[in-house]
Design a binder for this molecule. Structure first.
Ligand code: BG6
Length: 459
């Protein structure tokens, strides 16, 4: 069944996210017949991109490789209306006019892709103008800039909407491979009994990126890597890996289990954290020439639950690194006895969280031949190729669909956001010194040395 008719309002409609993910996501959902039968998309922002036709032409450029018919159908329903935190009356008018065309059961989806500093005033405007009525609000990360501002932002939200209208988006949770952690862990007797400190020596959550600023200098200057990636995507990944069995998949159970793990995080410790900045960052557009903003973070986290006590979770991410990967590795302890000659490799269970998710396990096998000697062997599964009728959805596509369906399971709750800010707060209050690193490297040397037995990636 199609979702009910919708008016979708996209703030930041001329920005990078809209161009790279939101409009393509909508066009693909349209092509797959998953959008409402009728809907309107109203792009909004402070500056007009020109006439509606000019706006549609700009959007079309971002949709070049997609199904023409779907793109036409989407653009036919798309227009632009300027608005700002001070003045949203024209936008409110446009929303009501669109709604009238759609009929009484129309719902509203308001997507707030605006920087954290602008969020609160925008939300107040939406409330003032009545745009929040019957609306679901999608709020982009980072949610606030620290614990205090995040709590203020949440209070501002609750002034205008109820929690069941709030969709705090963290698009990593829309990635197939992240959801696959649930299937892997809780539906395989092979893994679940081994998913704890008895068997696992350490966990690595490693998300290096080759990308640099891509025109996002001013966003990044106000945000930095810890807030952009660690208090959000990497923290959420950690929650998925570390949580207890939620037993059911309803919205509450899953998020309760995740928040319990996040609340058990030991606050991050400066002694086990490395901040870096790539050479050349200060020359990027909209970046201060003396900027101390970190473009790289590596740190060791601990989850103080019976399951994980004292198991290091090594987290690493940064811009302009040697590779783009999104990898979760569970490194298992060595075997208790050793029968065969040769040094066993650690059983790394490696999850590649790409759109084409892959999973592998490092095993010790016998080297075929006359002697009983060990040799490493890798077992690899391509989770799209291997599975019949796979219909993988890109993360934003999946999450936009969930908002249209009103399903909050894969969205973050205020208590999770708070728990992650609490863990980050010591590093926000008293950050480690930012160390330089070369573009194309694996970050500062101190970070390379962080895990006692090295990183799975990069050497
Ligand atoms: C975004 C960050 O949320 O995630 C970017 O703001 C980052 O800095 C991006 O590059 C990575 O997402 P993905 O899906 O490409 O791994």
């Amino acid at each position: 069944p199609h979702p009910p008719p919708h008016v979708l309002v996209l703030f930041g409609a001329t920005g990078d996210l809209a161009k790279r993910k939101l409009f393509p996501g909508l066009a693909k959902l349209q092509a797959a017949g998953r959008l409402p039968e009728d809907y309107r998309v109203i792009g909004s922002g402070r500056h007009s991109p020109g006439t509606d036709d000019e706006f549609r032409d700009q959007v079309r450029e971002a949709l070049e490789d997609l199904d023409d018919e779907a793109v036409d159908a989407l653009l036919e329903r798309t227009s632009f209306q300027t608005s700002s935190a001070d003045d949203g009356s024209d936008l409110a008018e446009a929303v009501r006019a669109a709604e009238e065309e759609l009929g009484d059961d129309a719902r509203r989806l308001v997507y707030l892709s605006v920087p954290p500093a602008a969020m609160q005033d925008m939300i107040a405007m939406l409330g003032r103008e009545g745009i929040t009525e019957r609306a679901r609000l999608v709020v982009e990360k980072p949610f606030g800039l620290d614990l205090e501002s995040s709590q203020r932002l949440d209070a501002a939200l609750k002034d205008v909407v109820d929690e069941d209208q709030v969709f705090r988006i963290d698009h990593f949770l829309g990635k197939e491979a992240v959801q696959n952690i649930l299937a892997l862990r809780f539906s395989n007797r092979l893994f679940e009994p081994a998913w704890d400190r008895e068997s696992v020596a350490e966990v690595q959550i490693d998300v290096p990126e080759t990308l640099g600023m891509e025109g996002r200098g001013s966003f990044y200057e106000a945000t930095g890597c810890l807030r952009d990636m660690v208090s959000t995507h990497l923290g959420q990944l950690l929650g998925f890996v570390a949580m207890e069995d939620p037993h059911t998949l309803d919205e509450q159970a899953l998020r309760d289990a995740k928040v319990a793990a996040l609340e058990a995080l030991r606050p991050f410790d400066k002694e086990h954290a490395v901040f870096g900045q790539y050479a050349g960052y200060r020359d990027e557009d909209d970046v201060d020439e003396d900027s101390d903003v970190e473009t790289f973070v590596a740190l060791t986290a601990y989850v103080d639950t019976d399951r994980w006590r004292d198991v290091p979770f090594h987290l690493r991410t940064g811009k302009k690194l040697a590779e783009t990967r999104r990898t979760v590795t569970l490194r298992f302890r060595p075997p208790e006895s050793q029968l065969l000659d040769g040094e066993p490799v650690p059983n790394d269970l490696v999850l590649e969280l790409t759109d084409d998710p892959e999973m592998s396990v490092e095993l010790n096998a016998k080297r075929p031949g006359p002697d009983l000697v060990l040799a490493p062997a890798t077992m690899t599964v391509d989770l799209v190729e291997e599975i019949e009728d796979a219909e993988p959805l890109e993360a934003y596509e999946r999450l936009l669909l969930d908002v249209l369906r009103g399903d909050q399971t894969l969205f973050t709750r205020a208590d999770e956001v708070d728990a992650l800010w609490r863990a980050c707060q010591p590093l926000l209050d008293d950050p480690p010194e930012v160390q330089p690193y070369d573009a194309g490297s694996w970050g500062p040397q101190a970070a390379v040395d962080l895990p006692e037995r090295g990183w799975r990636l990069g050497g």
